[in-house]
Write a new protein. Structure first.
Length: 207
């Protein structure tokens, strides 16, 4: 996971925000959260802040967690420029989350949790379940295809390391619609679809 930190710090220093527009599903997610009276939202893998800004603008109390100091610095400056606020935590997502049990109404994690081996993903999901309230909403996106590089090496079933490209050296676990339930024990999914960038988008609630 420390390799992930180095790669993203380097990329944020080189390219700035990297991602600026919120995920295409965010307007619908925001509407749903408002309908359900949600207040607290965690962006797990908040990067340079695109979803923190979108959620904070909509009146939610937002929390960002990311392992990149550079990405977090950009996110803080972005929110400050917009006159918005968020609580930030810089750490590895595989480490215990620094929040009490049943703290959040919703957790989003966009193009993040697949950057790990299966055992680590299981730990991450357990922590998400711990900090999410019963009935809380979760939205996760992960890549559908191995399009992040031209060459890969398989290190475990469904787990590959790119040998080139911008995410060289980072583990990638490739989910299928059939194995989400194996990781997200205790969740009920209401939707799985593929977005315009070729990522699985999974929405559901903690049982």
């Amino acid at each position: 996971m420390r390799t992930t930190t180095k790669v993203w710090d380097k990329r944020f220093k080189k390219d700035g925000k990297v991602f600026e527009q919120p995920h295409e599903d965010m307007p619908g997610i925001i509407s749903l959260l408002k309908e359900k009276g949600a207040r607290t939202v965690l962006d797990l893998g908040s990067g340079s802040g695109r979803h923190l800004v979108s959620l904070a603008r909509s009146g939610f109390s937002v929390f960002g967690l990311d392992n990149s100091l550079e990405g977090t610095r950009i996110a803080k400056n972005w929110l400050k420029h917009e006159g918005l606020s968020a609580e930030f935590h810089v750490q590895e997502m595989a480490d215990p989350l620094p929040f009490p049990d049943s703290f959040f109404d919703a957790v989003i994690s966009i193009q993040v949790i697949h950057h790990a081996r299966p055992m680590t993903i299981e730990k991450i999901v357990k922590e998400v379940a711990r900090v999410l309230k019963k009935g809380g909403f979760v939205f996760i996106t992960v890549p559908k295809e191995k399009s992040q590089a031209k060459k890969f090496v398989e290190i475990e079933p469904c787990t590959f390391i790119p040998l080139d490209g911008p995410e060289k050296g980072l583990p990638h676990y490739y989910f299928t619609p059939e194995n989400f339930d194996e990781f997200f024990v205790g969740f009920s999914f209401t939707d799985i679809h593929v977005d315009s960038t070729g990522h699985y988008c999974v929405s559901g609630f903690k049982r």
